[in-house]
Design a protein around this ligand. Sequence first.
Ligand code: NDP
Ligand code: PYC
Length: 348
Amino acid sequence: MADVALSLEYLHALAVDVLTSNGLDNSHAEALAKVLVAGQRDECQSHGVWRLLGCVKTLRTGKLNGSAEPRVHDVAPALVKVDAQFGFSPLPFEIGSRILVEKARKTGIAALAINNCFHFSALWPEIEALAAQGVAALAMVPSHSCVAPAGGTRPLFGTNPIAFGWPRPEGVPFVFDMATSRIARGEIELHRRAGLKIPNDWAIDDEGQPTDDPERALKGAMMTFGGYKGSALAAMVELLAGPLIGDMISQESLEFDEGLGAAPCHGELVIAFDPSVFGGADAGDNAHRAEALFAGIVGQGARLPSQRRFEARERSVKHGVTLSAELHADLLALSKSQDRNADACGRS
Ligand code: NDP
Ligand code: PYC
């Protein structure tokens, strides 16, 4: 089957339709669709609209509360907690991040802990939303156990991403967002879906041997990036976004799933730093020094993280995106408007 070209507006409407057709409240569906379509727009295939298939699977397990009303607990001057009540994470993040930014503007540094959320999305949309409000930020989440600690052979950690953003006076922020595994698990799942092999340093099979077969990799264990260094960072994510905030580590999240195949359910930690409070009268000079660092990176031909995404975004905003016809058909089959026609609804 050929690819289909679609506008971002069409894709957003289709995503909301898929989610609400499968029992998710509209406010959650809108927040989730925004994040997934942003992933597709920025050519982050592993966290784009393909994830809708997993959202529907999660909704059908009955584990997730599709009409969860997040509860805010303003626990300390520099700490807000949001209990997601076993709903998806984007809406609780939207609610909690407003309070997080207000707090960071008063205290210089503040934290948001989200508990009891189903989280499966990329972290950069959250980090970019915070950078747009002038704060630097760090976010991290565990997931489901599928990564072996360096030197081990059995899944323990999740793919545990860490994302960071730094607001810049002009243009787009500095943002990186990376799994602490060799690569996101979604990439292996996409290789399996496309019938492609994977590089043999991403994972080991269930006998502890390197494998290029995505099926065997998914049954075995993924590797951390950078050996023991990535392994230590993965453990840090488990601790800070797990026991510190009173939530599940990846192993507990997997057990909570009971083999149903829902998205991981756990907590998230987000820390915001306000450079104007840290810097006071020197904040402007400090921002210039940060710019000198970025100039030093690109000045020697290296690229900044997220540059690929921002370039993809420019293309997608102009021309829309392409999906495989197979994925498009799968999504249509999950929506109420199965007669939705790409030409009528915004083929780009
Ligand atoms: P990648 O390894 O593709 O990229 C990680 C980061 O490195 C990105 O910011 C990327 O920017 C940057 N980068 C890549 N190549 C270069 C380069 N040559 N020079 C400078 N920077 C570079 O991503 P991962 O597979 O580790 O993670 C993908 C996504 O998966 C993330 O968004 C993450 O949040 C998500 N994820 C979510 C999980 C969850 O539980 N919610 C779990 C695990 C992953 P660019 O994008 O511009 O290439
Ligand atoms: O791609 O590793 C991944 C992932 C795990 C949870 C959500 N995404």
